[in-house]
Design a protein around this ligand. Structure first.
Ligand SMILES: *[C@@H]1O[C@H](CO)[C@@H](O)[C@H](O)[C@H]1NC(C)=O
Ligand SMILES: *[C@@H]1O[C@H](CO)[C@@H](O)[C@H](O)[C@H]1NC(C)=O
Ligand SMILES: *[C@@H]1O[C@H](CO)[C@@H](O)[C@H](O)[C@H]1NC(C)=O
Length: 475
């Protein structure tokens, strides 16, 4: 096959890999974990399709009661986590439960969340976070002691009595993030929904707010960062709640996206020479500890009312190093393919041109999508300041772990949403123009890519097409 025909595939793959490589918005839908969770529990119960929790209604789950260990920092207090089914949200829920909080996970779908083992020990409460009134009423109910596991006692119908002694809302954590990064979605999720949560917390005398923000907000070229910043400024100008703004560099899962592909024998895809960007991602467990610690009095001086950059314990890792580490973890000799980062500039200029001449939201969104791809392909996500490094789990530990145990299916919601959006909003022919290659001669390739389902298979497809050219430069 002519290598030029791979160009389109590369654009798609490039977008897919970079967005999943460095974006900080990673949601793992609980459905993805359903298989694993069900398996885990099928050992104990013989029914394969049973959810994690034995019984559930549309609002509250009845898993094991939280610990009554009085020495735990969360004892007798409530923590509410929005975005609880996301990659970091799940780790935060787990951490809050282990700290003894009455932990409430706000979720979109209680049924699917009930399959997620990570949420065990928390109450699952259905909440449409984009509905301001609903957020307010649910947070008010939680403040009154409703929805809490083991509180009030199961047979206590007297809400008035229980509300007087309800555990105070000590901690509100927002792990909310728009799945697509386009304008309408970031303003409704990263800004408006998070603001509803803040207002609802203030009204109920909640104490400390922890915002999962992103390191990349320091260089806010994207709408998703601008929306986060807009919320951050609302958070920092109110005085009812103390707060911490946590800006992690990158996540482990987000740099493991090509793992299955290289296990299958493919080359690792690099941008530029593979040394364009450097990062020190932080593990979800370490980040959850960091975020929960923010609420503690002992960190008042250091972490309240502040923007906190945080990266993992590793030194600067280039993409090439990440690739080499992955190959080492699976005991295979490293092999790479290289994609020029100019691909993004070409697509961006073309889409910009179209968006200018044919103004529409669709093209604005397509443009934003292309910019997101470029941003994460060229920006460092690195902290080197000692006080901005945290945690014990190193990148290599993670690669060794997934080499042993595998990882959740690689289909981060954001990446999938992103790619399908790109395909929806970009007529195939327009993608071909900036590259200037005749797609007409290879329409079958385009159709294969568009039709491939799930879309997460695209990198595999590309890599397998490249089978004969391993290690070579394409351009
Ligand atoms: C909630 O999740 C369940 C299980 O995954 C699914 O069958 C159901 O359709 C979902 N409900 C909504 C409203 O999306
Ligand atoms: C959530 O609430 C918003 C605002 O009221 C509404 O537009 C949207 O349809 C709701 N979503 C769901 C899934 O109910
Ligand atoms: C290191 O980080 C801390 C906390 O963010 C900050 O106060 C300090 O100024 C930084 N030091 C340098 C040299 O940038």
């Amino acid at each position: 096959m002519n290598s030029k025909s791979f160009v389109l595939l590369f654009i798609i793959n490039a977008l897919l890999s970079t967005v999943t490589a460095f974006t900080h918005h990673h949601s793992t839908s609980s459905r993805q974990n359903q298989a694993t969770t069900t398996l885990l529990h099928s050992a104990a119960s013989s029914t394969l399709n049973k959810p994690y929790f034995a019984e559930y209604s549309q609002t509250t789950q009845l898993p094991p009661a939280p610990s009554h260990d009085k020495s735990k920092p969360g004892h007798g207090k409530t923590a509410i986590i929005a975005g609880a089914t996301g990659y970091i949200g799940r780790a935060v829920v787990r951490e809050c439960v282990s700290r003894g909080y009455h932990t409430v996970s706000l979720v979109r779908n209680v049924t699917s969340a009930s399959f997620d083992e990570a949420l065990a020990g928390s109450s699952l409460v259905r909440c449409n976070v984009t509905n301001d009134a609903e957020v307010h009423s649910i947070v008010a109910e939680i403040a009154a002691g409703r929805h809490l596991l083991a509180f009030p006692p199961a047979n206590n119908d007297n809400r008035a009595t229980s509300s007087s002694s309800a555990p105070p809302i000590d901690l509100l954590v927002s792990c909310l993030a728009s799945p697509s990064g386009i304008e309408s979605s970031v303003y409704s999720i990263d800004y408006a929904a998070t603001l509803s949560l803040l207002h609802a917390g203030r009204r109920q005398n909640a104490r400390h707010f922890v915002l999962l923000s992103a390191y990349c907000c320091r260089n806010p070229l994207l709408k998703l960062q601008q929306a986060k910043l807009q919320f951050e400024s609302q958070l920092s100008t109110q005085t009812d709640m103390t707060y911490s703004i946590v800006r992690p560099t990158a996540f482990f899962k987000s740099v493991s996206g090509q793992f299955e592909s290289i296990v299958a024998g493919n080359s690792y895809v690099l941008f530029g020479d593979g040394e364009v960007t450097r990062c020190n991602p932080i593990s979800e467990e370490d980040l959850a500890v960091y975020m929960c610690d923010c609420a503690l009095e002992e960190f008042a001086e250091e972490r309240w009312g502040r923007v906190l950059n945080v990266g993992g314990p590793d030194g600067p890792l280039t993409n090439r190093m990440l690739g080499e580490m992955m190959f080492r973890a699976i005991n295979k000799p490293p092999k790479f393919v290289y994609v020029p980062t100019q691909i993004f500039d070409m697509s961006i200029s073309l889409i910009e041109f179209i968006a200018k001449n044919f103004p529409s939201q669709k093209w604005e969104d397509a443009l934003e999508t292309a910019k997101i791809g470029k941003y994460y392909a060229v920006e460092d996500m690195l902290t080197t300041n000692k006080s901005e490094k945290f945690g014990r789990i190193r990148m290599m530990d993670h690669f060794e772990k997934i080499a042993r145990e595998g990882q959740d299916p690689f289909t981060p919601v954001r990446a999938t949403a992103f790619i399908s959006k790109t395909l929806e909003t970009l007529p195939v022919v327009s993608v071909s123009i900036p590259i200037g290659f005749g797609l007409a001669s290879k329409p079958d390739i385009v159709e294969n890519v568009v039709a491939s389902s799930p879309l997460a298979n695209v990198p595999l497809l590309v890599a397998s097409l490249l089978g004969g050219e391993n290690g070579g430069h394409l351009f």
